[in-house]
Design a protein around this ligand. Structure first.
Ligand code: 13P
Length: 256
């Protein structure tokens, strides 16, 4: 087991939830709970809550992430936010290529790759999401799909830059559905991602990459998932919106 070579990270993905007062309340509740965690703790929040989150988590072990970033530095891109705009306010992480963005907002592997490279160039740590559809799993092409996403999404990302990339394996059929991948399924694909990275880069670098599982991870199933040798924490939707639930996940990953 090479788990000591990398950091387990539990990252909340709040998605389109929480007004500013609600965000404040959740973060205040989370602070004393997160303090005990030895794993990395990240909360990825809507753009409107980023400044509040950065402000409230100063001096704590909670890092703040955005849920998307545009790849151009500036210009006529109505509704978009650049990497520099995020780093300027103290944001450290950014989710890229979440399946909801791929499904509903036309995100492709090409734009995921552009966003990833722009984020890295600005000093952000991208959490790059990959995952197969249910139909693809049923057709037995999960590994092909994942390998293709990894190769395209990380195209032209240097070995040095890969050290700042987190990969989140999120099977699309497990997101928000209450259907979790079994610990074996999560382990199998996370190990496959690591092997793919080892081929593209080197074993040493692949062993140091944090590879999370995401998809209906909750207080009941977290311990078994994060105990898997290649699962380094999780990217959490629903269970990140309640401090107590998130706390259980932090504890699981701290012990995993
Ligand atoms: P749920 O934990 O709500 O299934 O969401 C997972 C996810 O999409 C995290 O990015």
């Amino acid at each position: 087991m090479n788990k000591e070579l990398r950091q387990a990270i539990i990252a909340g993905n709040w998605k389109m939830n929480k007004t500013r007062p609600e965000a404040r309340a959740l973060i205040e509740e989370l602070k004393p709970i997160a303090e005990k965690a030895t794993c990395g703790v990240v909360i990825c929040v809507p753009f409107t809550n980023l400044e509040t989150a950065v402000e409230l988590t100063k001096g704590t072990n909670i890092k703040v992430g955005a849920e998307n970033v545009h790849f151009e530095k500036s210009g006529a891109f109505t509704g978009e936010i650049s990497a520099d705009m995020l780093t300027e306010i103290g944001v450290e992480y950014v989710i890229i290529g979440h399946s909801e963005r791929r499904q509903y907002f036309g995100e492709t592997d090409e734009t995921v790759n552009k966003r990833t490279r722009a984020a890295l160039a600005a000093g952000l740590k991208p959490i790059v999401c990959v995952g197969e559809l249910l139909w693809e799993r049923e057709c037995n092409i999960t590994e092909e799909v994942i390998a293709r996403q990894i190769k395209l999404d990380l195209f032209d990302v240097s070995e040095e830059d890969l050290k700042n990339v987190v990969i989140a394996y999120e099977p699309v059929w497990a997101i928000g559905t209450g259907k979790t991948a079994t610990a074996e399924q999560a382990q199998e694909v996370c190990a496959f991602i690591r092997a793919t990275l080892a081929k593209l880069y080197s074993k040493e670098t692949a062993d140091a990459v944090t590879i999370q599982y995401g998809g209906s991870m909750n207080p009941k199933n977290a311990a078994e998932l994060v105990a898997q040798p290649d699962v380094d924490g999780g990217l959490i939707g629903g269970a990140s919106l309640k401090a107590a639930d998130f706390g259980v996940l932090l504890e699981a990953a701290s012990n995993g």
